[in-house]
Design a protein around this ligand. Structure first.
Ligand code: NAD
Length: 408
C-alpha cells in the first residue's frame, strides 16, 4: 500500500467513526469524506539539457462548507493522488479546528526537486500553475507551501497566475516573500504555533519545561523553527534529524548552530553528540516527540517502542491508525490538525492583510496567532475533558460539528 493510501484510510476512518458517533446521516458522512473536486494532470517541463520531462500533478478540493479551499503544494517523489487527497481531507478538518473561514484543499507534484536546477524548478512551478490557474483564486482556492516548496516557489506561482489572469491578486497564494505581500511571521508560524500548543498543554498537565527533553524528527521549515523557538523558550532539545539521519545529546543541542552546521556540511552528522538513525530518534527515552517530517513514521512496527509522554504531531499524518490505537491511552497525542495549525492560521492572517492592503508588525501577527491557537486549543481540551475522549477525537468532533452546521 502506498503511504498516501494509508494516511487517506486513517483520516477517512476517523471521520466516519466520529460522524457516526455524532449520529450524522449517510449523506452528510459522504460529503465529509468525498472530495468535491479532483484535478489530476500531467504536464511537460523543458529541462536545461534541451529535453522535455513529463510530470504528474494534482490539486484536490476536498470540502468548501466553511469557505474557499485552503492548502499547500507538495513536491515529493512519492506524492500520489491518495496522499494529496488525504492531506486535503486533513486541511478541511484543520481549518475548522483552527476556526478559520476555509475549506480544505491540497496540491502536489510527483518530483524530486533535489534533482532539478533552479531554472528547472522555476519552470516546473510555473507549468504547474498554468494547470491549476483555472481552479484557484483568492475566494476559490488558496495554495501555500508544504514539503519542498517555499516562499520563492510561491512567488513564481503567483507571478505566473497574475500573468494568466491579468490582475494583481496577492491573496491567491500565501507563504509568499514579504516584498510581494507575504506576512511577517509566516515562515516560522507552524513551528511557533506548535510551541504555543506545547506550552498550553504542559500548563494543563502541570509539567515544567525545564524537566522536559524533546526530540524533533525533520529539520525543514517546521522542525527547524519549532526546535529553535523551543530552545529559546527554555526547553531542552536532545535530538534532531533530517532525511539523512540524526544526532542525539542528552545535555541538549543548539538548533540554530545545528542549522549553520547542516548548511555547511549538507548533513547533521558529526555536529554534536552521537549520530543516530531516524528510527532510533523515534524510540529515544525522551518526554516529547515531535515528528516534523513525513507521514506514517509512527506505525505498528515501532509503536510499542515509543517512550515519549507527549507526541506533538507537527507533520501531517505522522501516526498511523494502528499506532494511534496502541498509544492513545499511554501517550498524550496532540493531533496534527491542532498542533500544526499555526501555519494555516498565519496564512489566513496573510490573506486578510493582502485583501485589505494593510500590513501588521511581526509582534501583532504573533500575538494574533497566539490568541487564535489558545482559542483552538481550549475548545479541544475542554471537550476532551468533558467527554473523556482523546484530543484527536475531540478535534475531529469539534471540526465535524462546525463543518456540518455550515453544510446547506
Ligand atoms: P520541508 O521540506 O521544509 O522539511 C522536511 C524535512 O523533513 C527536511 O528536513 C527533510 O530532510 C526531512 N525528511 C524528509 N524525509 C525524512 C525522513 N524519512 N526522515 C526524517 N526526516 C525526513 O517541509 P516542512 O514544510 O517542514 O513540512 C514538514 C511536515 O510538516 C509535513 O508533513 C508537512 O505537511 C507539515 N506541515 C507543514 C506546514 C508548513 O507551513 N510548511 C504546515 C503544516 C504542516
Amino acid at each position: 500500500m502506498n503511504p498516501g493510501q494509508k494516511m487517506l484510510e486513517s483520516a477517512q476512518a476517523l471521520i466516519k467513526k466520529t460522524a457516526q458517533s455524532l449520529n450524522l446521516n449517510n449523506e452528510k458522512i459522504k460529503r465529509l469524506i468525498e472530495p468535491e473536486m479532483i484535478y489530476e494532470f500531467s504536464f511537460t517541463v523543458p529541462m536545461d539539457d534541451g529535453t522535455k520531462k513529463i510530470f504528474k500533478g494534482w490539486r484536490i478540493q476536498h470540502n468548501s462548507a466553511l469557505g474557499p479551499y485552503k492548502g499547500g503544494i507538495r513536491f515529493h517523489p512519492e506524492t500520489s493522488r491518495e496522499e494529496v487527497q488525504a492531506l486535503a481531507t486533513l486541511m478541511t478538518i484543520k481549518c475548522a479546528v483552527a476556526g478559520l473561514p476555509y475549506g480544505g484543499g491540497k496540491g502536489g507534484v510527483a518530483v524530486d526537486p533535489k534533482n532539478l536546477s533552479k531554472s528547472e524548478l522555476e519552470k516546473l512551478s510555473r507549468s504547474f500553475t498554468m494547470k491549476i490557474a483555472r481552479f484557484i483564486g483568492e475566494n476559490i482556492d488558496i495554495p501555500a507551501p508544504d514539503v519542498n516548496t517555499n516562499p520563492q516557489i510561491m512567488a513564481w506561482m503567483l507571478d505566473q497566475y497574475q500573468k494568466i489572469k491579468g490582475v494583481k491578486s496577492p491573496s491567491t497564494f500565501t507563504g509568499k516573500p514579504i516584498e510581494i505581500g507575504g506576512s511577517l511571521g509566516r515562515t516560522e508560524a507552524t513551528g511557533r504555533g506548535g510551541l504555543f500548543v506545547l506550552e498550553f498543554l504542559i500548563e494543563k498537565l502541570k509539567f515544567k519545561r525545564e524537566d522536559l527533553s524533546i526530540a524533533v524528527q525533520g529539520f525543514g521549515n517546521v522542525g527547524y523553527y519549532f526546535a529553535k523557538l523551543a530552545y529559546e523558550a527554555g526547553f531542552r532539545i536532545v535530538a534532531l534529524s533530517d532525511s539523512k539521519g540524526g544526532i542525539y545529546k542528552k545535555e541538549g543541542l543548539n538548533p540554530e548552530k545545528a542549522m549553520e552546521y547542516k548548511k555547511k556540511n549538507k548533513s547533521l552528522s558529526g555536529f554534536d553528540g552521537k549520530n543516530i538513525t531516524n528510527d532510533e530518534l523515534l524510540e529515544l527515552d525522551i518526554d516529547v516527540l515531535v515528528p516534523s517530517a513525513l507521514e506514517n513514521v509512527i506505525n505498528e512496527k515501532n509503536a510499542s517502542n515509543i517512550k515519549a509522554k507527549i507526541i506533538l504531531e507537527l507533520a501531517n499524518g505522522p501516526t498511523t491508525e494502528e499506532a494511534y490505537e496502541y498509544l492513545k491511552d499511554k501517550t498524550v497525542i496532540v493531533p496534527d490538525v491542532l498542533a500544526n495549525s499555526g501555519g494555516v492560521t498565519v496564512s489566513y492572517l496573510e490573506w486578510v492583510q493582502g485583501k485589505q492592503g494593510y500590513w501588521w508588525s511581526e509582534d501583532e501577527v504573533n500575538k494574533k496567532l497566539k490568541e487564535m491557537m489558545r482559542r483552538a486549543f481550549e475548545a479541544i481540551w475542554q471537550k476532551s475533558k468533558e467527554k473523556n475522549i482523546s484530543l484527536k477525537q475531540s478535534a475531529f468532533e469539534t471540526a465535524i460539528e462546525r463543518i456540518t452546521k455550515a453544510m446547506i
